[in-house]
Design a protein around this ligand. Structure first.
Ligand code: SF4
Length: 148
């Protein structure tokens, strides 16, 4: 399976606790007004990387990992495969998604994708609820849901 990767940030501190490797996966259909990165909506944006190529970067850094985008859960099989591979390295995973927790639990493929993640940061970005003081979130409707 090939992933369209917008970028990989090494050692970032804004996408979850501690230093992290953040993997930005292309593609999102939520269309949130005020989205910080509309270029990320295109599923063909970025460069194509295999799971092993992504994992090579993860192993080089040895940081816990965040999957973000775009919305990684528009490719639930791909996101789930990454979660499992990262966990197998003894690292934890956070996932940023525009889907709400309620939407995830109602969809077998989405719940399977997040299984094994430590936490998800969920919900569409809502400009009217923008709050830059919130750690790891853009608007106050978004929640951090701990799974492990
Ligand atoms: S879910 Fe995230 S990437 Fe997608 S439109 Fe909303 S803010 Fe933008």
């Amino acid at each position: 399976m090939l992933y369209n990767v917008l970028k990989i940030e090494r050692g970032t501190t804004v996408d979850g606790p501690g230093f992290r490797t953040s993997i930005y996966l292309a593609g999102c259909r939520h269309g949130c007004p005020g989205c910080h990165n509309p270029q990320s909506w295109d599923f063909e944006a970025g460069v194509k990387m295999s799971l092993e190529e992504i994992m090579d970067v993860v192993r080089e850094e040895e940081f816990n990992v965040t999957l973000t985008g775009g919305d990684p859960l528009y490719n639930p099989d791909g996101a789930g495969a990454l979660v499992k591979a990262i966990k197998a390295e003894g690292l934890t995973v956070w996932i940023y998604t525009g889907f709400t927790w309620e939407e995830i639990v109602e969809d077998k493929s989405l719940i399977a994708a997040v299984e094994g993640a430590e936490a998800i940061v969920e919900g569409r970005f809502m400009e009217s609820l923008r709050d830059e003081s919130l750690p790891f979130r853009g608007s106050s409707n978004q929640r951090i849901v701990y799974l492990a």
